[in-house]
Design a protein around this ligand. Structure first.
Ligand code: NAD
Length: 694
């Protein structure tokens, strides 16, 4: 696992544990032995640690999580390494991630090659660094920069590492074999000649009051945004401990927080979500050999809320896009909306003016569908109306070039019917962006009955090129996300009639961990969106419908479920709405009662889980993790609860099914009965997660 060569008084220890040199128990033990051996060897004056393969050290061995740690544990190995009286230099040619970077930080100096990437991505797995990263990195590069790096988990490249002080030497010459190790040897030699090796643990010059203030400012921001994530809170505590305690005590605090996270169900949920998201890239029927169609130019039909946002996505990704409207006025409004979005970024300082100009130059506005003829992909974002959509698609059938992918951004409508308006259903699919489309990462890629595999693969690749997270779903009313959301909305309306008030329901939902409750959300989006959908499908929601009829469409009209006095965006309770709700209850002969927050959460969320089970059963989503990824990224489901299906597994499906039976009995709504899949899993004492394993 470790090769050793001694020459000129320097021992070069080369880690060779393919594929990624993960620091599993065997490698830790081998490294520990090799380092001790070099320290004890009188012929050795200094040590270089290098590695073989594409990666330096990829991190911990994830398969060891949740099992008792096999000694020697990494913190102990690194403590002995750092204490070495002979200097140890890391020669980092590739990625040094997690435990890999912590290993490098315990060394006395770091030399990086051009392909080096240094990062502590533990946060993405619901964790924090657990082998000194939260202590050594702040002492080396400053606590604010270190905290930022650990909070976002993104690795830095060689040159940035040198600038930050994370690397001591950047050796750009890779053409010369062994040049990186040669540079590391030279540095090791210099350090050996200079006397006792410099240790990060002894450095305190970057741990002063100014550094603390800079760190605390960033920590406060992070806690404000994501303080309910246990790993974020733990990261703040660990870095702060470095200011408040001697090094070894602070290390112990870090380790304790790390170990607590490994066993914390919230952290496990974050880990689950990370792997579920990665898994969505495996789309049944597609592989790397599936042919893709080239996408060089795009067209977007409709320059409203969604069309404008989608056009920005293309322009941002460097793809020229033609935006098409029915008239000059609507077109001008749409183009102005895009310009204003960029201008706001320039004003915030997040986009240079020159970049805005370049992006705007990629957007061409036109009136008339015939301008879609050059596009390799067309995304239709016109009104949510089957007649409008089929007219557009039959037009596209005549106009679009052969092999163009024809996508609809419909929220609910039947993509098979839209495809049938063309003579080329193999080219038609859904690309369901979320609002605001230029911000939200999620895209549901809707695979219709006759969608070609190459079109589907092209759409998935394109979505990634736009910086999005595509999840492939099947055709059904509202696909996955909105179909489940409809269950929550119906349950929320029903609770209003039974006795809960909008602010009570919203408070229960934010208490559960969502950033916004359903009524605040509806007011923000506009109540007319749901109203139009209900009218089109013959559904009703007595209270929301009544509000719409009163012209209360949400924030945009200053009134919806809440009041928004002049200029406020945070709604306040409105006696008029509460009276309307009470009158509706009375008309139905319902005696209003207090509904506790726990009951509100169960009544809202369990029917969604049940709908998720139906979706899985029908094959509309390929796996429970896809459903969870959609809810985590499109609907702000609290990340530390891992998505609705994972959450239900945690509750126990027997309890979920029993509660649903009780809701059905209490409300008389038989659609609340456990879906067949849920009932079967309950009988088998199974979990949704068992389905993923198949
Ligand atoms: P919108 O009303 O803001 O914009 C629609 C635009 O399409 C209008 O500017 C209209 O002039 C234009 N248009 C209508 N018919 C046209 C045609 N034949 N040719 C060219 N342009 C035409 O609507 P929106 O909110 O942007 O929604 C567009 C689509 O996206 C709908 O299908 C909707 O369901 C879906 N969607 C909306 C959201 C959302 O939150 N708003 C989210 C996801 C999906």
């Amino acid at each position: 696992m470790i090769r050793q060569e001694i020459g000129d008084g320097i021992a070069v220890l080369t880690i060779a544990s393919p594929p990624v040199n993960a620091l599993g128990g065997d490698l830790r033990a081998a490294l520990d032995r090799a380092v001790s051996g070099a320290i004890a060897d009188p012929a050795v004056q200094a040590v270089v640690i290098a590695a073989e393969g594409r990666v330096f050290v990829g991190g911990a061995d994830i398969s060891e999580f949740g099992k008792p740690a096999r000694p020697p544990v990494l913190p102990d190995v690194l403590a002995r390494l750092e204490a070495s009286p002979k200097p140890v230099v890391a020669a980092i040619h590739g990625a040094a991630l997690g435990g890999g970077l912590e290993l490098a930080l315990a060394c006395h100096a770091r030399v990086v090659g051009p392909a080096a990437k240094l990062g502590l991505p533990e946060i993405r797995l619901g964790l924090i660094p657990g082998a000194g990263g939260t202590q050594r990195l702040p002492r080396l590069i400053g606590a604010a920069a270190a905290f930022a790096m650990m909070l976002d988990g993104e690795p830095v490249e060689a040159e940035a590492a040198l600038r930050l002080g994370l690397a001591d030497v950047f050796e750009p010459d890779v053409l010369e074999p062994g040049s990186l190790v040669a540079a590391a040897r030279a540095l090791a030699r210099r350090l050996a000649d200079a006397g006792s090796p410099p240790r990060i643990r002894d450095r305190s010059e970057r741990m002063d009051e100014a550094a603390r203030a800079a760190f605390e400012a960033r920590a406060a921001e992070a806690l404000e945004r994501s303080g309910r994530l246990p790993n974020v809170a733990a990261l703040v505590d660990a870095v702060r401990a470095g200011f408040e305690h001697p090094f070894d005590e602070a290390l112990a605090i870090e380790r304790a927080r790390f170990l607590a996270l490994v066993d914390d169900p919230r952290s496990r949920a974050l880990r689950y979500a990370f792997f579920a998201e990665r898994e969505t890239a495996r789309v049944p029927g597609l592989d790397k050999d599936t042919p893709r169609r080239p996408i060089r130019e795009a067209a977007v039909i409709g320059a409203g809320t969604m069309g404008a946002g989608i056009a920005l996505c293309f322009a941002n990704a460097g793809i020229p896009v033609t935006v098409i409207e029915t008239g000059e006025a609507a077109l001008a409004r749409g183009l102005e909306r895009m310009r204003a979005t960029y201008a706001a970024s320039v004003a915030r300082g997040s986009l240079p003016q020159a970049e805005m100009d370049e992006r705007l130059a990629r957007i061409d506005g036109r009136v008339g569908l015939e301008h879609a003829g050059e596009a390799d992909i067309v995304v239709e974002a016109a009104f949510e109306d089957m007649g409008v959509k089929t007219a557009i698609f039959s037009g596209l059938d005549r106009i679009a070039k052969r092999g163009a992918v024809l996508a609809t951004n419909t929220s609910y409508l039947d993509v098979d019917r839209i495809a049938a308006a063309t003579g080329r259903p193999q080219d038609v699919l859904g690309l369901h962006f979320f609002s605001p489309a230029n911000v939200m990462r999620l895209v549901e890629v809707v695979r219709a009955e006759r969608t070609g595999l190459d079109a589907l693969a092209t759409a998935n690749d394109l979505a990634r090129r736009l910086g999005k997270l595509p999840v492939t779903v099947g055709v059904s009313f509202g696909f996955v996300g909105n179909r489940m959301l409809a269950r929550r909305s119906a349950a929320a309306e029903r609770l209003l009639l039974e006795g809960a008030l909008p602010h009570e329901i919203d408070a229960a939902v934010t208490g559960f961990g969502f950033r916004m409750g359903p009524f605040a959300m509806a007011d923000l989006a506009g109540l007319d969106i749901g109203w139009r959908t209900r009218k089109a499908t013959g559904a009703t929601a007595p209270i929301a419908d009544a509000l719409c009829e009163m012209g209360r469409l949400g924030q945009k009209t200053g009134r919806g479920f809440y009041r928004y006095p002049e200029g406020t965006r945070r709604g306040s309770r409105d006696p008029e709405v509460e009276a309307l709700i009470a009158a509706q209850s009375e008309r139905r002969g319902v005696a209003r009662r207090n509904v506790a927050p726990e009951e509100i959460v169960a009544r809202l969320m369990l029917p969604m889980v049940n709908e998720g089970a139906r979706i899985l059963e029908e094959g509309i989503a390929a796996r429970p993790g896809d459903v969870d990824t959609i809810w985590l990224n499109g609907y702000n489901w609290p990340a530390w609860r891992g998505g609705p299906m994972h959450w239900a597994d945690g509750l126990g499906l027997a309890r979920v099914a029993a509660d649903l039976d009780a809701f059905a009995a209490a409300t008389g709504d038989e659609t609340l009965r456990p879906a067949p899949l849920l009932a079967r899993l309950t009988r088998e004492d199974g979990r949704f997660a068992d389905l993923a394993a198949r």
